[in-house]
Ligand binder design. Sequence first.
Ligand SMILES: [Zn+2]
Ligand SMILES: [Zn+2]
Length: 138
Amino acid sequence: MKIDGGCFCGSITYEAEADPQYVMICHCTDCQTLTGSAFRTVILTRPDGFTLRSGAPKIYVKTAENGNKRLQAFCAECGTPIYSTAPGDGPKVYVVRLGSVRQRDQLIPKTQIWSRSKQKWLGDIGSMRAFEKELVVD
Ligand SMILES: [Zn+2]
Ligand SMILES: [Zn+2]
């Protein structure tokens, strides 16, 4: 399906061709740190199925424990993570950060990876007290 999206401040926008079957949660500790959150949700594009429409993301090259390098693209203005991909040329799959995708409400994760480092409290989230909007303390 066609998806589109962008960063919080609006300087980066993109379109992509992606498969709703490949919506995933990553629980790895690198994603926890890079998102500032408990896990990351992503959708994989078709090979070379990502087109930047505006802006120029900043690229951080992350080196994994096994030496693999991944390009991490984000907005230098507002910090929104946009995608990761492999270095070099050739047809590439872009791992688009789901929170930046406009159609994210229709894209339900079907797979979790790196579950060995999953935060233990995630299983209890359904029973946690919840407020429709912000918590106002008075
Ligand atoms: Zn931005
Ligand atoms: Zn990860």
